[in-house]
Design a protein around this ligand. Structure first.
Ligand SMILES: Cc1ncc(COP(=O)(O)O)c(C=O)c1O
Length: 382
């Protein structure tokens, strides 16, 4: 009998809820992916590059043209000057970038601080490296960092902190003041950061995303991760990037080259072309998604769910205490899918120790207007 190295990992709730949505014919607002396609010009470019014979291995660090585009973008967005050769690595998805960053730094016995609720790939990556996650709960209402709790969680074994802003599942944002506070707290300590910024362009109400790339002190210890899948509505392409100072990039690439070696070649060519031809795509994203958030929230206003509008990401949390306070959130998600035709994600799955009183589910609003309207009719009828 094999002894599992990841005994606590089973089928994820994302797979379970998407399967249930398919079986029951429910609208799938559970897993985070759009029900519309990426830009036509981007898709055409992939076909063009496949036909042009760009079908063999890409360079291990990523296609130079794409790394240049990423460096140009972060200079425009954040004023961050990074070296495309020494600091930018293209990876098969943000997930691979996170995995490689963890493996590059974490040794047996190290502790990694994660903030609950947190994205599900962090902990298995840490466990496979022989490390241990220390879970620090975000404020239950605002999903902001409780600095005292973070200070209390730090130990001589703390080797890494994983940040995620804009935050999945809450949509909350880390501010520049938060980054300053974090920098103060870890100054002089041998602690590295992963800053998971896959929703960097999905920030609303005129707020500017506070990237770790723009914070000199934090960036010197950080792996900053993003995802073309989220930014270009092509989650199935599983293509992302990680930016880190040269010494950290060297170590990250040592892992990346034996996990996957390189990202998919024609996708990288297409992204490089499209980023050069259409830099305005990322500038238009906040308005594009804010319109979806506002439409969805306006439509949900007469419902019995209570919520405050997501500040970022394409997820909206809703509280169902007025509807079925008797159900925990997993049962609520199953009930909503089976009886009311809308699949959601229960927020408790993002916690090591869920609060049994919490009554929150996550809805994805990266959907066409007709899907959001249809979902809202069903949700308002509950
Ligand atoms: C917070 C967060 N990080 C990372 C990822 C993974 O991104 P990718 O699909 O590029 O691997 C996701 C995807 O849902 C996410 O929500």
């Amino acid at each position: 009998m094999i002894t599992s190295k990841l005994p606590n990992v089973g089928t994820t709730i994302f797979t379970t809820m998407s399967q249930l949505a398919t079986q029951t014919g429910a609208l799938n607002l559970s897993q985070g992916f759009p029900d519309y396609d990426g830009p036509q010009g981007l898709r055409d470019a992939v076909v063009r590059h496949i036909q042009a014979g760009h079908n063999q291995y890409a360079p291990m660090a990523g296609l130079p043209a794409l790394r240049e585009q990423v460096a140009a973008k972060v200079a425009r967005q954040y004023g961050a000057i990074v070296d495309a050769d020494a600091e930018v690595t293209i990876t098969p998805g943000a997930t691979e970038a996170i995995f490689c960053a963890v493996q590059a730094v974490i040794r047996a016995g190290d502790e990694v601080i994660v903030f609950d609720p947190c994205y599900d790939s962090y902990e298995p990556s840490v466990e496979l490296a022989g490390g241990r996650c220390v879970h620090v709960q975000l404020d239950a209402r605002t999903f902001t960092i409780d600095w005292q709790k973070l200070a209390d969680a730090l130990s001589p074994r703390t080797r890494m902190i994983i940040l995620n802003s804009p935050h999945n599942p809450s949509g909350a944002l880390i501010s520049r003041a938060d980054l300053d506070q974090l920098a103060q707290l870890i100054e002089g300590r041998d602690i590295y950061l992963i800053s998971d910024e896959v929703y960097e362009h999905l920030v609303y109400d005129g707020v500017i995303h506070a990237s770790v790339l723009a914070h000199e002190a934090l960036y010197s210890k950080a792996f900053v991760v993003s995802s073309f899948g989220k930014t270009y509505h092509v989650t199935g392409w599983k293509t992302g990037y990680v930016i880190a100072p040269p010494a950290l990039t060297v170590e990250l690439r040592k892992v990346h080259q034996y996990v996957n070696f390189c990202g998919v070649t024609p996708l990288q060519w297409a992204l490089a072309d499209f980023m050069a031809a259409c830099p305005e795509h990322v500038e238009q994203l906040p308005a594009f998604y804010q319109a979806k958030r506002d439409l969805f929230c306006d439509l949900l206003a007469p419902s019995r769910f209570s919520f405050s509008r997501a500040a970022g990401t394409y997820f909206q949390l809703v509280d169902y205490s007025q509807i079925r306070p008797d159900l925990n959130d997993v049962d609520m998600a199953l009930w909503m899918t089976r009886e009311h035709g809308v699949a959601t994600i229960p927020v408790s799955v993002f916690y090591q120790t869920p609060n049994p009183e919490q009554r929150l589910v996550r809805l994805c609003f990266a959907k066409r207007e007709e899907t959001l309207r249809e979902a809202a009719i069903k949700l308002c009828a509950i």
